[in-house]
Design a binder for this molecule. Structure first.
Ligand SMILES: Nc1ncnc2c1ncn2[C@@H]1O[C@H](COP(=O)(O)OP(=O)(O)OP(=O)(O)O)[C@@H](O)[C@H]1O
Ligand SMILES: [Mg+2]
Length: 239
């Protein structure tokens, strides 16, 4: 199956965002090419991703792999939507506007959207797999849900779990893009505040240590998160 796509890729341009792999995009699948597929890890990772997928977690199944002329390839299901944020957005004012429009769309999502994102990431970690959160290109967004790509086997699950809620917030903010897309800083920061609030409510519903979350994201009380979550918790208690 993969051979057909390897042949087709020879006459195609690859999409340019990965730092290690070249990605050839087809209708429903992508072909990844690069020095990354560890043949021993392949079947373990495939099994774990299939299990996650069968449990409703937003990941892409790995369909096949091959080594041809010493080059490694992997065929995967194609994630819906596009990269959540891309650092190339900092380069132009259109990019800054696009950054703002993505934040705007995220800030309008229900708490259930944020809860699903956290629950999926939690399940991924529990399965012994993880995503590099420093790259928002590893998260695909289609205005409806977030899919995790570029997943790798890990073994330090517990230390990663303690960062989950905080890292999720940084990913949804687009990391440092907030300060780099200077044209739209004020409007973007208003959306970031709403995203932090909704993600925090989702985290609370999942039993997170909200003080830790607040301390990390809002050390100077710029977003008044402490107050916000106290009110939110009191309201939930009195319901
Ligand atoms: N399953 C997929 N569906 C859609 N696009 C994908 C998929 N896998 C990879 N891509 C695209 O190819 C790019 C590079 O893939 P990937 O992130 O796996 O490689 P990478 O080189 O390790 O990237 P980096 O090290 O920069 O995170 C992704 O950012 C994405 O744009
Ligand atoms: Mg990547």
């Amino acid at each position: 199956m993969i051979e057909k796509y390897i042949d087709l890729s020879k006459n195609m341009d690859h999409c340019g965002s990965g730092s290690n792999k070249k990605c050839y995009v087809f209708d429903d699948v992508v072909l990844l090419k690069g020095d990354f597929v560890n043949p021993e890890a392949f079947s373990i990772k495939k099994e774990k991703l299939d299990l996650l997928k069968n449990n409703g977690v937003n990941v892409c199944s790995i369909l096949d792999n091959a080594i041809v002329d010493g080059v490694r390839y992997e065929l995967q299901e194609r994630a819906k939507g596009e990269e959540l944020f891309n650092y190339s957005l900092i380069r132009s004012s259109e990019g800054h506007q696009k950054y703002l429009s993505i934040l705007d769309s995220l800030s309008k999502q229900d708490i259930s959207f944020f809860k699903k994102f956290l629950e999926d990431w939690y399940m991924i970690l529990k399965m012994g797999v993880d995503v590099d959160p420093s790259k928002s290109t590893n998260f695909f967004y289609n205005n409806d849900s977030i899919c995790f790509i570029d997943l790798n086997l890990i073994d330090n699950i517990e230390s990663r779990l303690s960062w989950l809620f905080k890292e999720a917030a940084v990913v949804l903010r687009g990391g440092g893009l907030l300060w780099q897309c200077k044209d739209v800083y004020e409007e973007a920061n208003e959306r970031v505040k709403i995203i932090y609030q909704k993600l925090g409510c989702a985290a609370l519903e999942l039993g997170a240590d909200i003080d830790d979350y607040v301390e990390f994201l809002d050390p100077n009380n710029e977003y008044e998160l402490k107050d916000y979550f106290e009110k939110y918790q009191n309201k939930s208690r009195s319901l």
